[in-house]
Design a protein around this ligand. Sequence first.
Ligand code: NIG
Ligand code: FE
Length: 412
Amino acid sequence: MSILITNIKNLIQVRDQNVLKVFGKDMQQLPSIKNAFLLIKNDKIVDYGSMDNFKDYAADKIIDATGKIVLPTWCDSHTHIVYAGNREQEFVDRINGLSYTEIASRGGGILNSAKTLQNTTEEDLYKQSIERIKNVMRLGTGALEIKSGYGLSVESELKILRVIKRIKSEFPLEVKATFLGAHAFPEAYLNNKKAYIDLIINEMLPKVANENLADFIDVFCEEGYFSIENTETILSAGKEYGLTPKIHVNQFNAFGGVALGVKHNALSVDHLEELNQEDIDVLKDSKTIPVALPSCSFFLSIPYTPARKIIDAGLPLALATDYNPGSTPSGNMNFVVSTACIKMKMTPEEAINAATINGAYAMGVSEEYGSITKGKKANIIITKQIPSYNYLPYSFGENNIDTVIINGEIIE
Ligand code: NIG
Ligand code: FE
């Protein structure tokens, strides 16, 4: 199947093969071709350029994109999209004055979602999750990292990871799986945390590795959750099974988790709503990319990750949704890009880079995704007729997407 897109008003995020992430001032650059064409063959981008140099290509399908912008699909490098039920009651409780931390300390929060998931069959969990998967694909997400972490028992963590594996094989979008057994301590282990860490290391990890269910290992490194010491023990164990670290860190407190992530060559350090100068300094000259989750800040009314400080220090930044039932019940990357511009003072160019090429880097797939590059996967958003790419973040909450192509398939 070949698809030819002609008369594109602006083809954006056109990159050389070896650009795998952008940082600092370069995040301000969004290379583009005005009045362009794009040719897709099977699952790949095979050619593009100015309509002035257009050869008369034959194609199975021709899309006239007059007045429309074409960009790579979003790469959402941090989600917990495989979950059961919802937490709308906690949402109301927070409106009525309880804090996220207070709710969690009463057995709500992650433990509440874990209880629901433990009582949900694998088939039902799959069915609930794929509705969200279909929805985010229609919203332009073409690559997605998905974490476990709402199981918190051997059986239920494996249940989530098997659902992720099934999604990976049945949907055209790129999926990376992360084992997050260390998301919270189950109630039964609150007085014996070491026993839960032993369970993760001695029972869960070998099974996860044996069934080849995860690419990454994650830990919620936070006061009241996993300490620096716990986090180090778990990341080290994961690395022995070939899993690359990615950590939840500095959501509520900054106490050295970023440096720990860098020490362990984490692919990404995510959240960073609380970030100090030492954290920024330690990220310089590292391979670890910081990831901001502005929808989480929006939903919980907590500080936004200081994007300006990060980018102005010459670092890269990626944007992701954090789609989960507790802190971010939304997988809409378009909203993330808008919120990053409105609340974090990122420019549209920076936000689009952060949600495409840098998002791809943060999930280890930027050789194949995240830009319009010959040979990369045909993952494309065609917008409706809009004045410029600035209009995408500007018109927050609007759906500006006309067509989404993932792995060379038009998504209905
Ligand atoms: O990334 N911070 C830790 N984990 C999730 C949310 C957990 C929940 O409330 O269910 C997050 O925000
Ligand atoms: Fe998260």
